[in-house]
Design a protein around this ligand. Structure first.
Ligand code: HEM
Ligand SMILES: [Cu+2]
Length: 641
């Protein structure tokens, strides 16, 4: 097991913790490495999803185009939506959370480092399985929402839908395990003095998202398993002609699907709640309101799913309820927006790339929020549903909001993660190019949508009057691709030649800036002691601490000793640092589960062969679990000392 022996003021590196080269990555249990693996793999998937989007935009650029066949177009929009949501945005958020949350709360790792490794492998294999479908007869082509009964065997005969079910299933298990890990980590492993009321807002939002995830995702998992049974084993859950119910699928899907959009956006709201105060050189305005409005959004998010179903005909009462509940969500969202604006108000703004992206987030998210409000009104919605207006809406929130929020976070934390600074000039070019081309791409969709252009059509006739808007959108999309290439170039060059990053390049307030860039494996030599919401500002500017008071603490506890625990002062009470050993067990378990998944897909059609594959998968999984149990036993801190 890995132990770092420490003498006063110095820490010797843990003896066995990091294996060199690839082995180090394949066997890692370090939350920082796992975070980077999430970020890199999610970005690769994101680029693939972007290429799919470009192909669609090229097809739609001019009327009556034949660049893509209708079937390939259907595969493209299904894989694009699925990829962006499950393999792009979600894991980008998880990656940032994985890297930053333990550092922000003063912990040495996540609560369950091996479970964390299992999550990343299941995610990667789930994503790969989805993409295998392209090579075995065609990708899923039924939309990322996979409406019944289109998904039944007679309408979707290829294995595409089955790959979708298993691929999403694997990433789902990864997400649920990850969410439990975040919850336990955040609730149990905060540094002494960091009450919930002093927790950074990014950590708050990650906590809320983890709870949303464990309530929302299992619903999708169960629904997709029902679908798998419908397709292969003779059940009829979603088959209306055989006594099933196609609308049931919509309820189950959107009961997951709407909370899912908050799973995508809330972490990025957390990011900009860190970025805005740092670059406004002011504490966040209304900390408690920003935190608790996030909780409120999380709750309300479970009460609005049928706003995706206004056109189904659920009746006036249901429509009125779901419409009103959707309007209600605008309240906590508006609270956040006003608090962000008030944070910048009279601040001394430092317009770094990260800050520009945070401001870009607020402005574009407002536009997406407003189109959301119009869509939440049932009479308006029946006009606009399934039109390009919806495509405009969702991209203003998902791209204008979430993706810009991710960029705010990446430009903010890249120096921490890599030890190198990104090129700010290139970053600003990227920001402006992206903002302009994003609006070129998606703003015209409001107009074409209101002029009646339906979503999910692979082409349209020249007389429809949508030509100009579509051409502009396609040009915008091509320019967007250039902005992403700029980013890629920036990362690839900066990682090798960028200026060396200091520990605290932005004059930050939270604990991750207290350690070197990149941080040592064990994060903190001495667990810091926290006395306010801004531990690092307290340390750097003690007079401000006095002036501001120690936020979130009862007045009586203010006058504690000024020992903030950043420097190791004596060697007396120091114990060796305990870190989890590297292990291949989570990787082996995931390989087993993936093979099991392949078996399940073909069980209906190739009984015996598929069953043997499942058996092999189970055996590999069992081997992995055995070595997992063994290493957990050896690695237990109670065994060692
Ligand atoms: C590179 C920029 C992007 C472009 C040009 C683009 C373009 C498109 C197009 C043309 C469609 C298909 C519309 C249809 O025929 O129904 C679409 C759908 C969609 N996009 Fe994007 N998109 C981009 C980025 C994103 C991002 C970042 C996300 C989310 C994180 C996203 C999420 C979705 C979703 C969920 C759908 C619906 C898919 C479906 O209806 O099955 N897109 N996008
Ligand atoms: Cu919704």
């Amino acid at each position: 097991m890995a132990i770092a022996e420490r003498t006063a003021g110095t820490v010797s590196p843990p003896s066995v913790s990091v294996r060199p080269g690839w082995a180090g990555w394949l066997s890692t249990t370090d939350h920082k490495r796992i975070g980077i693996m999430y970020l890199v793999s999610a970005f690769v998937f994101f680029l693939i999803g972007g290429i799919e989007a470009l192909l669609m935009r090229i097809q739609l650029g001019v009327p009556d185009n034949t660049f893509l066949t209708p079937d390939v177009y259907n595969q493209m929009f299904t894989m694009h939506g699925t990829t962006m949501i499950f393999l792009g945005l979600m894991p980008l958020n998880v990656g940032l959370g994985n890297y930053i949350v333990p550092l922000m709360i003063g912990a040495r790792d996540m609560a369950f480092p091996r479970l964390n490794a299992l999550s990343i492998w299941l995610f990667i294999f789930g994503g790969l399985m989805l993409y295998v479908s392209f090579f075995v007869g065609g990708a899923p082509n039924v939309g990322w929402f996979a409406y019944a009964p289109l998904t039944q065997k007679q309408f979707a005969p290829t294995a595409g839908v089955d790959y979708w079910i298993i691929g999403i299933g694997l990433t789902g298990v990864a997400s649920i395990a990850g969410a439990l890990n975040f919850i336990v980590t955040i609730l149990n492993m905060r540094a002494p003095g960091m009450t919930l009321n002093r927790m950074p807002l990014f950590v708050w939002m990650q906590l809320v998202v983890a709870f949303i995830l464990i309530f929302a995702f299992p619903v999708l998992t169960v629904a997709t398993i029902q679908l798998l049974f419908d397709r292969h084993f003779g059940t009829r859950f979603f088959l209306p002609n055989l006594g099933g119910d196609a609308v049931l699928w919509q309820h189950l899907f959107w009961f997951f699907g709407h909370p899912e959009v908050y799973i995508l956006i809330l972490p990025t709201m957390g990011i900009i709640s860190e970025v805005l105060p740092t670059f406004s050189r002011k504490p966040i305005f209304g900390y408690a309101f920003v935190a608790y409005s996030g909780v409120a959004i999380g709750f309300l998010g479970f009460l609005v799913w049928a706003h995706h179903m206004f056109a189904v005909g659920l009746g006036p009462l249901a429509n009125a309820f779901f419409g009103a509940a959707s309007f209600l969500i605008a309240v906590p969202t508006g609270v956040k927006i006003f608090n962000w604006l008030a944070t910048m108000w009279q601040g001394s703004l430092n317009l770094t790339t990260s800050m520009l992206y945070a401001i870009g987030f607020i402005s574009m998210f407002i536009i997406g929020g407003i189109s959301g409000i119009t869509l939440a009104s049932p009479p308006i919605n029946v006009q606009q549903t399934d039109s390009y207006y919806v495509v405009a809406h969702m991209h203003y929130v998902l791209f204008g909001g979430a993706i810009q929020g991710i960029f705010a976070g990446v430009f903010y934390w890249f120096p921490k993660m890599t030890g190198r600074m990104l090129n700010e000039r290139l970053g600003k070019w990227q920001f402006w190019l992206m903002l302009i081309s994003f609006n070129l791409t998606f703003f015209p969709m409001h107009l074409s949508g209101n002029e009646g252009m339906p979503r999910r059509i692979y082409t349209y006739e020249a007389e429809m009057g949508w030509n100009l808007w579509n051409l502009i959108s396609t040009i915008g999309a091509l320019l967007l691709a250039v902005a992403f290439l700029l980013f890629l170039w920036n990362v690839l060059t900066s990682i090798r030649r960028g200026p060396i990053a200091p520990a605290d390049p932005w004059d930050g307030a939270t604990l991750e800036w207290a350690v070197s860039s990149p941080p040592p494996v064990y994060n903190f030599a001495v667990t810091p002691r926290v006395r306010s919401r801004r531990p690092l500002w307290d340390k750097k500017y003690p007079h401000l601490h006095e002036a501001n008071g120690s936020h979130g603490a009862p007045a009586g506890r203010l006058a504690g000793p000024l020992d903030d625990g950043f420097e190791p002062e004596t060697s007396a009470a120091m114990e060796p640092i305990h870190l989890p050993s590297p292990t291949y067990a989570p990787l082996i378990v995931s390989v087993g589960i993936m093979i099991l998944g392949f078996g399940i897909i073909y069980l209906g059609d190739f009984g015996l062969i598929a069953a043997s594959a499942m058996l092999v998968g189970l055996l590999i999984m069992a081997t992995g679990i055995l070595s997992w149990v063994r290493i957990s036993h050896v690695d237990s801190p109670y065994q060692a000392h």
